[in-house]
Design a protein around this ligand. Structure first.
Ligand SMILES: C[S@@+](CC[C@H](N)C(=O)[O-])C[C@H]1O[C@@H](n2cnc3c(N)ncnc32)[C@H](O)[C@@H]1O
Length: 283
């Protein structure tokens, strides 16, 4: 399962096919729900002229690029990612954007001084980190007093799909959740922000409803998970086939329903903004 989307993002450079991961990011970006979450995260960060902003686990660099444009004139954005291939792709896509740089770095060991950013965001990365506490603490460290941290992430135990066989549905959805290094990160972020010393921590749920099987399966890999469970002997082939066909039948009848909830979380590093910092963050 080297190219499994649930477990493979923790080390993309070891994947057999980089395109599987790049295509997943492009798919997510094309869905209006995620585009709105991203725009709202820029607002929560207070992204604007003169700001110095960090995007951790920047992937293909599209958010870092948007933030650099918002920070102009006078500001800058840095995108970091542990994957060299992602950073190369980000540089190829956005190399010409003024005030934008990319670096290969692990989120738990950011190569920046304390208090060197006004704002920091992390988007669907913590779910791929087995021990996310040190990452949140590291992002808090590089924020100046008064600086803002915004994270968006999934809680995979909120994934629902309507199917008549409840036991098999639970088996499939739990297997998907548990293949992520941190499948419960959605509910864990508020306590982790508090543990990192952040103040004014607020979380907002965002629920995506999908009424078509095809995009839902591209995002949540129901059938690949079923195949994996059959292969491992966890699920009988007949139950698996019946369950898969129930999703297809619901889809044909226009009755398919699937949903999931992610959380947009914001916190502030306590303390006064130093003289010359851009001041209060707009909500
Ligand atoms: C699901 S992608 C999200 C990418 C981007 N934030 C976006 O919204 O498109 C997760 C990204 O986190 C990166 N990543 C995973 N573990 C990381 C770590 N420990 N440090 C830095 N980046 C990491 C992956 O290489 C991948 O680019």
């Amino acid at each position: 399962m080297g190219d499994d989307l649930a477990s493979g993002f923790r080390d993309v450079d070891r994947a057999a096919d980089f395109a599987t991961f790049a295509d997943c990011l492009t798919l997510v970006d094309s869905i209006p729900f995620f585009a709105a979450c991203k725009r709202d995260s820029y607002g929560l960060l207070g992204a604007g002229p003169g700001r110095r902003i960090l995007d951790v686990g920047c992937g293909l660099g599209d958010d870092a690029s948007a933030l650099a444009r918002l920070a102009a004139p006078g500001g800058s954005a840095v995108g970091v990612d542990s994957s060299r291939a992602m950073i190369e792709a980000a540089r190829a896509r956005h190399g010409e954007v003024e005030g934008l740089t990319f670096e290969v770095a692990d989120a738990a060991a950011l190569p920046f001084d304390d208090a060197s950013f006004d704002a920091c965001r992390i988007d669907r990365v913590l779910q791929h980190v087995a021990d996310p506490g040190p990452v949140v603490r590291e992002m808090a460290r590089v924020l100046r007093p008064g600086g803002v941290l915004v994270a968006y992430d999934n809680d995979w135990e909120t994934l629902t799909v309507d199917a008549p066989d409840r036991a098999t549905t639970r088996t499939v959805l739990n297997a998907w959740c548990d293949r992520f290094p941190s499948g419960w990160i959605g509910r864990r972020m508020v306590p982790l922000f508090l543990d990192a010393g952040l103040a004014d921590v607020e979380a907002e749920p965002r629920t995506l409803v999908l009424r078509d099987l095809e995009p839902a399966d591209r995002l949540y890999r129901f059938f690949a998970t079923v195949d994996m469970l059959v292969e491992s002997g966890t699920l009988g082939r007949e139950d698996a086939e019946r369950w898969s066909e129930s999703l297809r039948a619901a889809d044909r009848a226009g009755r398919f329903f699937c949903s999931y909830t992610g959380f947009l979380v914001r916190g502030t590093r306590p303390g006064e903004a130093p003289a010359g910092a851009a001041g209060e963050v707009a909500r």
